[in-house]
Design a protein around this ligand. Structure first.
Ligand code: ATP
Length: 200
């Protein structure tokens, strides 16, 4: 069997990454949610201890769990703190990713991450799929589906890289400005291309 390809999937907030990942998952593609993996690591005791050591007790909430908002606020606009966080999280995230990949039986797997490009993770992938959607559409989808206001949405957009940067890294681009039926057709076409790439 050919080597299993690691396909990164990324895009800006509300672009439709998770929706596309679900559509590919329906086609039996194994999908790893790196954002979820990072969140789960916050409750791993060794990881938690290192985070508290590095950032102090102020990142622990009343229930004893890591307060992700407090941690994000500390790192926001402080490059050194962001690097410190990355030094703690990235080795764990990539070790778990490799362990997960080793368990999969597929010609390609999908690794979904909102900041795959910003974190440098794109270079670990065999190919990168970028989902793009116009900013106004993303905003409307996010505000309609999530407990988030326009200001929070814009703050996240500012922290993420631009679509121009995403286009530069992309091996495959999915434009998600139309309806879910259109996205499903694109998912099917993409799946065929990725299968062909993985078995070539
Ligand atoms: P985030 O970065 O915040 O995790 P995301 O890129 O994973 O966002 P999704 O969660 O997939 O984006 O999509 C955002 C919202 O838009 C969801 O409610 C989803 O159902 C909806 N959506 C995605 N694509 C479409 C589409 N083509 N037509 C209609 N709604 C869509």
């Amino acid at each position: 069997m050919a080597l299993m390809l690691r396909i990164g999937l990324t895009g800006g907030i509300g672009s439709g990454k998770t929706t596309l990942a679900r559509l590919l998952g329906e086609r039996q593609v194994p999908v790893l949610d790196l954002d979820g993996l990072g969140r789960a690591l916050h409750s791993d005791s060794a990881c938690m201890a290192e985070l508290v050591d590095a950032f102090g007790k102020e990142i622990v909430d009343a229930t004893g769990a890591i307060d992700r908002r407090a941690l994000a606020a500390l790192c926001f606009a402080d490059g050194e703190k962001t690097e410190m966080l990355n030094r703690i999280m990235h080795p764990r995230i990539w070790a778990q990713t490799e362990a997960w990949c080793a368990e999969q039986d597929a010609v390609y797997v999908l690794i979904e991450a909102s900041v795959l490009i910003e974190s440098g993770g794109a270079s670990r992938m065999d190919a990168v799929v970028v989902v793009l959607a116009d900013a106004a559409i993303r905003r409307q989808r996010v505000l309609a589906s999530r407990n988030m206001d326009a200001q929070q949405f814009e703050a996240i957009v500012r922290r993420q890289c631009s679509d121009a940067e995403r286009r530069q890294v992309a091996d495959f681009i999915v434009e998600n400005n139309a309806d879910l039926h259109a996205l499903n057709c694109q998912a099917e076409a993409l799946h065929r291309e990725l299968l062909a790439l993985a078995t070539s």
